[in-house]
Design a protein around this ligand. Structure first.
Ligand code: ZN
Length: 104
């Protein structure tokens, strides 16, 4: 079986996804930290009420889930987002295509 690789264009899309995914993850992490540290000063968690704070956390986390769900193998369309963490996996589990271009 010959190993298949992505075209330069497909590779570019995967790398772009990785950049977005990583940048957003860092942004969400920083934002969550700030929110948690300053939540009492901002009046987000007053005693038992976690409503506004919980809502903000959900708003920050939802795009991470959306980003993971959006990543699909360019060769076969198989959703590979959940194999990925911060980076795309090396190889698609469904069709065996290496998720990078051959030149690299
Ligand atoms: Zn595939």
């Amino acid at each position: 079986m010959t190993s298949r690789y992505l075209t330069t264009e497909q590779n570019r899309k995967i790398r772009q996804w990785e950049r977005w995914n990583r940048n957003y993850f860092i942004f969400a992490f920083v934002a969550l930290t700030i929110i948690l540290v300053f939540s009492s000063q901002l009046g987000l968690s007053s005693g038992e009420s976690w409503g506004p704070l919980g809502g903000l956390i959900a708003v920050l986390i939802t795009p991470i889930i959306v980003l993971q769900l959006r990543l699909a193998c360019p060769a076969c369309g198989h959703k590979i987002g959940w194999q990925a963490k911060l980076m795309a996996p090396d190889q698609c589990k469904a069709c065996g295509t290496f998720l990078r271009s051959k030149s690299q």
